[in-house]
Design a protein. Structure first.
Length: 371
């Protein structure tokens, strides 16, 4: 185009001035049009560069994905906040290591609804489908997954198992007894007792409801029994077999205690709203064991961050999927750091004053009880 314009100008110079001026105005229009076109082209180029940059960043992110196509079966024993957070954290931990659901990872999520037989069926089903890995959330699901996968090359990664040793998933040194490892949510019992004493200086008896078939609860109660006298507490416990036993068990235990301390017992947690209603009616505080229990009405908890617990589990699973380590070679991990959670509305209903020191220390303070 530039050469053509140059030729036109030369021809114009060979003619009279009037013709030259006409040609020159035409040239200006052409040059102006060219300038506008060039501006559009540059703008488009910039837009293309930005798009290319975004595509490049996306490709960079995608380049971090691990090659392959993996399938993990997730068996969750019950549906409640802490276990849901474990599962969410697990997927986040995997994604951080290059395993992304919908990209190179397929997840088959199954919930046992706190039923032992269902948990066993889920584990057997995953083994029958020969998944690359089974991830089990909570002690009962972990035990069933461990038993189902025994004798196969399917690794089992568990989380939210309070005592892997008592559950016979690990030896006394914390080493796996089979091709299984994961993370423990052992409760910070002493921190919980200290917090209860601070909030209720005159209390004498703590009550605990638990499911007799959940080894995680039995293990935690043993720690409570050992440490309660240190903080001048007596312990009252009532065991249940199923959720149907909980209404009567709650009525009975509330007659004998100054407060309840709730564990991560799956069957009991599923009935927590009922327990809270009965306890509130008698002006008896219920202490939780993690943030989600406080969110729905427990007065306070000294508990773990279950998202972080799940993330750590996901990173362990990634090591196994990558072939960097065998599950059978990895001791289980325990998170030691706990956090204080408070529910101010619950405190107001119970006429309990939460000190400024407690409120300042809390990681999260709930003003309204979630329905």
């Amino acid at each position: 185009m530039y050469k053509t314009n140059q030729k036109n100008e030369t021809v114009a110079n060979g003619k009279n001035a009037k013709t030259y001026q006409f040609k020159n105005k035409g040239l200006k229009k052409i040059l102006l049009s060219l300038f506008l076109c060039l501006t559009l082209v540059i703008g488009a180029a910039c837009s293309t560069d930005t798009s290319s940059s975004n595509q490049s960043e996306e490709q960079t992110a995608n380049s971090q994905l691990i090659d392959g196509d993996f399938t993990i079966g997730i068996s969750q024993f019950a549906e409640h906040g802490s276990l849901d957070n474990c599962r969410q954290g697990f997927l986040e931990g995997l994604a951080a290591e290059g395993f992304v659901e919908g990209e190179n990872l397929t997840i088959d999520y199954q919930n046992a609804n706190a039923d032992m037989a269902t948990a066993a069926q889920i584990a057997d089903n995953f083994v029958g489908k020969k998944y690359d890995m089974i991830m089990a959330v909570a002690t009962p699901s972990a035990m069933h997954a461990y038993n189902a996968a025994a004798g196969t090359d399917i690794p089992v990664i568990y989380t939210a198992v309070s005592d892997p040793i008592m559950a016979e998933l690990a030896d006394s040194e914390g080493n796996p007894l089979g091709n299984s490892t994961g993370t423990s949510d052992a409760l910070p019992v002493e921190a919980q007792l200290k917090m209860i004493r601070e909030i209720m200086p005159d209390a004498s008896t703590i009550g605990i409801l638990y499911t007799t078939s959940e080894t995680n609860s039995e293990s935690t109660i043993a720690i409570y029994e050992e440490l309660a006298p240190k903080y001048d507490f007596e312990l009252e416990t009532v065991g249940v077999s199923t959720s149907a036993d909980i209404p009567l068990a709650t009525d009975n235990i509330l007659k004998k205690v100054d407060c309840l301390s709730n564990l991560t017992d799956n069957t009991v947690v599923n009935s927590l709203p009922l327990i809270l209603d009965k306890a509130y009616a008698q002006n008896i505080p219920v202490f939780g064991s993690e943030v989600e229990q406080v969110a729905i009405g427990c007065l306070a908890a000294e508990g773990l961050d279950y998202i972080v617990l799940g993330q750590d589990t996901g990173k362990m699973a990634a090591q196994v999927l990558l072939g960097e380590q065998e599950a059978s070679e990895m001791p289980f991990q325990t998170i030691s750091e706990s956090y204080l959670y408070l529910n101010k509305e619950a405190a107001d209903k119970l006429n309990i004053e939460l000190t400024e020191d407690l409120l300042d220390r809390a990681k999260e303070v709930f003003e309204n009880i979630e329905q």
